[in-house]
Design a protein around this ligand. Structure first.
Ligand SMILES: [Zn+2]
Length: 89
């Protein structure tokens, strides 16, 4: 297992792209597991790249809270690119 830290540039690029590209090889072929919550006040998610087989953890912190409704759910907030669930479409 490659547990060497990512370079600061690679980590910054990964965060700037909202975790959509592998921080090791830049591939979009990444797959995330379920979010484990909370881990020492943070939320943690295992992620794997199917192109280079690198694995890593995404660490989240709680940013805000909002009431949930039929119009507003995590699916709408977090999956804006899925057809039919894009608020702008
Ligand atoms: Zn990769």
């Amino acid at each position: 297992m490659n547990d060497q830290p990512f370079s600061p540039e690679a980590a910054a690029r990964y965060l700037a792209r909202h975790g959509n590209l592998c921080p090791n090889c830049g591939s979009v072929l990444i797959e995330a597991g379920e979010v484990i919550a909370p881990y020492n006040g943070k939320f943690c998610q295992d992620v794997r790249c199917h192109a280079c087989e690198r694995i890593w953890m995404d660490i989240y912190t709680l940013a805000r809270v909002e009431p949930k409704s039929l119009e507003k759910s995590c699916f709408v907030f977090e999956s804006p690119y899925i057809p039919g669930n894009n608020p702008e479409s």
